[in-house]
Design a protein around this ligand. Structure first.
Ligand SMILES: [Zn+2]
Ligand SMILES: [Zn+2]
Length: 378
């Protein structure tokens, strides 16, 4: 039940416990804060991994949060009561360092994550598997009215993670970009690359694709995954099944975006696809890290390898604007939030069964207070 200092969520009490409904302590309200009644929350791979390895429990995950602003501090600008707003994976940064001042607060040393982190006053941050969240205005985003909240939820982390490096590298008409991995991030990457006008959003099939996938690729007309990538707008499909698959594509791409968590998708065959001064950007977290790379692979082709963490406020605003203009729609499975719903959603993402992202919905119903009480007041 929500009150001035707490709300309710579905939390894990230990890495392998079931989800249980528990009260959540909120940080003290300041005049820069916005209280949000949550209506949707996308489920991200980071949720799955953090649930098993959090710093502290009980833990409430979820950092693709959408809801209504129900309490707005007096110093908040640009958001008013009942506006539909979103929150991504970051809820604070120092705001003072050179990184923050340059508009890249997502790389601030003192950045605070939306959940499994701690505010300076000791209050733990908590995510969107809950009735409410309280966030500083700098990390709350007004959603364009023509975007469906279910479709936009996965953009708040997944979309931002792929859009930020594209914006940094000025992906536009004529850019040739390769995208590895067709899961949550991969399908968003193809959508945004196309919306930015990239000449060909190439799709590279992961080296460890299932046997079905590789077999099906030999008979392209029966390859359902191949059909899917073209539905999203990728123009070329490169199958990595044959040993000499990369020969045809040498020095063709400006950027490769690796959205998968597979560390082996890093060796020379992929790097040789890049043009001189091209960049290989890694977004995933391979369990065993990245393989050793020979200096010669970088030096002889003058290429770079880059990491990218989430995105800044500028990236988020720019991404939402583009999504609204291009009327982008991510592909999502909806799951009603509950103890069982949270478990189902996490398992679906963990097992790679989502097509292509899962969004928890029905928060207001699940957390509604008994009739007669004002659920809009924390
Ligand atoms: Zn995420
Ligand atoms: Zn900073």
């Amino acid at each position: 039940m929500a009150n001035a200092t707490s709300c309710t969520g579905f939390l894990l009490t230990s890495p392998f416990s079931p989800f249980v409904r528990l009260p959540i302590k909120l940080k003290p309200f300041t005049e820069n804060d916005i209280d949000i009644e949550i209506t949707h929350c996308g489920v991200c791979n980071t949720d799955c991994t953090t649930l098993l390895s959090a710093k502290t429990y009980p833990l409430c995950v979820g950092h693709e949060i959408i809801g209504r602003a129900i309490k707005v501090g007096s110093k908040v600008k640009g958001v008013k009561y009942w506006d539909r707003v979103g929150v991504g994976p970051i809820v604070s940064s120092c705001g003072l360092c050179s990184v923050c001042l340059s508009g890249e607060e997502n790389y601030c040393e003192k950045v605070i994550a939306t959940y499994d982190d701690v505010y300076p006053d000791g209050t733990e941050t908590t995510g969107g598997f809950a009735s409410h969240v309280r966030v500083h205005q700098n990390f709350v985003f007004l959603l364009p009215s023509n975007l469906d909240p279910t479709n936009v939820a996965p953009m708040l982390c997944g979309g931002l993670s792929v859009f930020s490096p594209m914006r940094r590298h000025k992906v536009s008409k004529g850019t040739k970009i390769g995208i590895i991995g067709l899961a949550g991030l991969g399908h968003l990457a193809i959508l945004f690359a196309r919306a930015l006008g990239a000449e060909g959003a190439y799709f590279l099939s992961p080296a460890n694709s299932s046997l079905f996938f590789i077999t099906a690729c030999r008979k392209r007309q029966r390859c359902t995954k191949g059909k899917t990538f073209s539905i999203f707008g990728a123009s070329v499909f490169i199958c990595t099944h044959n040993i000499d698959w990369s020969d045809r594509w040498v020095r063709r791409l400006d950027i490769i975006l690796n959205t998968s968590n597979i560390g082996s998708l890093f060796p020379e065959p992929y790097l040789r696809l890049l043009k001189p001064h091209g960049t290989y950007i890694t977004l995933g977290f391979p369990e065993n890290g990245l393989p050793t790379i020979a200096s010669v692979d970088l030096i002889h082709s003058g290429i770079s390898i880059e990491g990218s963490r989430s995105g800044s406020r500028r990236d988020m605003v720019s991404m939402l604007k583009l999504a609204a203009k291009a009327k982008l729609k991510s592909w999502v499975d909806e799951v009603e939030i509950s103890e069982e719903g949270c478990r189902t959603a996490i398992e679906r993402v963990r097992n790679g069964e989502a097509r292509y992202r899962v969004v928890l919905v029905g928060h207001v119903k699940a957390f509604n207070k008994p009739p007669g009480e004002d659920r809009h007041l924390l």
